[in-house]
Design a binder for this molecule. Structure first.
Ligand SMILES: *[C@@H]1O[C@H](CO)[C@@H](O)[C@H](O)[C@H]1NC(C)=O
Ligand SMILES: *[C@@H]1O[C@H](CO)[C@@H](O)[C@H](O)[C@H]1NC(C)=O
Ligand SMILES: *[C@@H]1O[C@H](CO)[C@@H](O)[C@H](O)[C@H]1NC(C)=O
Ligand SMILES: *[C@@H]1O[C@H](CO)[C@@H](O)[C@H](O)[C@H]1NC(C)=O
Ligand SMILES: *[C@@H]1O[C@H](CO)[C@@H](O)[C@H](O)[C@H]1NC(C)=O
Ligand SMILES: *[C@@H]1O[C@H](CO)[C@@H](O)[C@H](O)[C@H]1NC(C)=O
Ligand SMILES: *[C@@H]1O[C@H](CO)[C@@H](O)[C@H](O)[C@H]1NC(C)=O
Length: 244
């Protein structure tokens, strides 16, 4: 009896040793090697290089980032879609978690906007420090005396030949004067240049972009990274995943 027991424990011990030596535990726990796939496929496009979590897109698989943070690359231009509007990505800073973007419909000009206010997905983004909203009024017919912040120039929009007016801060009462208005954020220091009241200065200020801070499970991601993992997403459960 005693020898049978010891024989059995010896067998168990051998089995355990064999298991520990020959079975690669991380591989057995990870269904697919997303760790390598995500670390080897960082996002690169033109001036935007070496971008990791929470972004994905182009050659970077969807399991490497947040579903709503897909970057697109075309002709070396990086774009991202936020609430159905397309933005050009000017810079990505992973350590500060700040994205610098500009509305694509305002790139190089202010006369062909999508008539939609800039709006964020507040679950993911917050405006970065030091920005102002510029309000652009389109299709204005009644050009009364506007305050000194106003600039007007011809800008045919949706068939109307009305002028465009912009305001740096508060919008005065324009009831009936203009058909549409669009709010566009700019960094406050750039907005100062737009005070020059020229179309070029205004375009330049807008094209300077504005900053967004992202929060894509930032806290959980930090913990994942400290444990040696790589932040990503589980595309079947649609939840954060720590790839190992
Ligand atoms: C990110 O921002 C920090 C702090 O402003 C700066 O030191 C760093 O160079 C930036 N990194 C990149 C890649 O721009
Ligand atoms: C933008 O927001 C303002 C209110 O803040 C609203 O009056 C205006 O109609 C909005 N513009 C568009 C194009 O939705
Ligand atoms: C800018 O406009 C957005 C809405 O379009 C608003 O949520 C935000 O508070 C405004 N920011 C400032 C500084 O006025
Ligand atoms: C542009 O004009 C067309 C035709 O007048 C109208 O149906 C459409 O609603 C207008 N677009 C906007 C954003 O108001
Ligand atoms: C306004 O324009 C003038 C002439 O182009 C330039 O010298 C000046 O620096 C501009 N002011 C600002 C605040 O950008
Ligand atoms: C990020 O979002 C989570 C919840 O989604 C929240 O608990 C956390 O405080 C946020 N972190 C920052 C820095 O805003
Ligand atoms: C995603 O979650 C499912 C269910 O929890 C799990 O079986 C699968 O291995 C996970 N995939 C990844 C890549 O984490």
């Amino acid at each position: 009896m005693e020898s049978w027991l010891s024989k059995q424990s010896a067998f168990l011990l051998l089995f355990l040793i064999k298991f520990l030596v020959f079975v690669d535990l991380p591989v057995s726990l990870c269904a697919y090697d997303w760790y390598s796939s995500c670390s080897n496929n960082r996002f690169n496009c033109g001036k935007i290089t070496n971008v990791g979590y929470p972004f994905w897109g182009d050659a970077r698989p969807d399991a490497c980032g947040h579903p709503d943070l897909k970057l697109n690359c075309a002709k070396d231009i990086t774009t991202i879609e936020i609430k159905r509007l397309t933005y050009r990505v000017l810079a990505v800073n992973e350590s500060t978690k700040i994205l610098k973007i500009v509305r694509d419909d305002y790139w190089g000009g202010i006369c062909s906007p999508r008539l939609e206010n800039t709006s964020l997905d507040h679950d993911l983004f917050d405006y970065g420090p030091g920005y102002l909203n510029i309000t652009l009024e389109y299709g204005c017919t009644l050009l009364l005396q506007f305050d000194q912040m106003a600039i007007r120039f011809s800008c045919p929009i949706n068939g109307s030949t009305g002028a465009i007016i912009y305001y740096l801060s508060s919008i005065p009462d324009l009831v009936g004067a203009c058909k549409y208005n669009v709010k566009v954020p700019v960094v406050a220091s750039a907005a100062a240049a737009a005070i020059n009241l020229t179309e070029e200065a205004l375009i330049e200020a807008i094209d300077g972009g504005f900053m967004l801070e992202w929060n894509a499970s930032n806290g959980i991601c930090d913990g994942c990274q400290r444990s040696g993992g790589l932040c990503g997403f589980n595309t079947s459960t649609n939840a954060f995943a720590c790839h190992c």
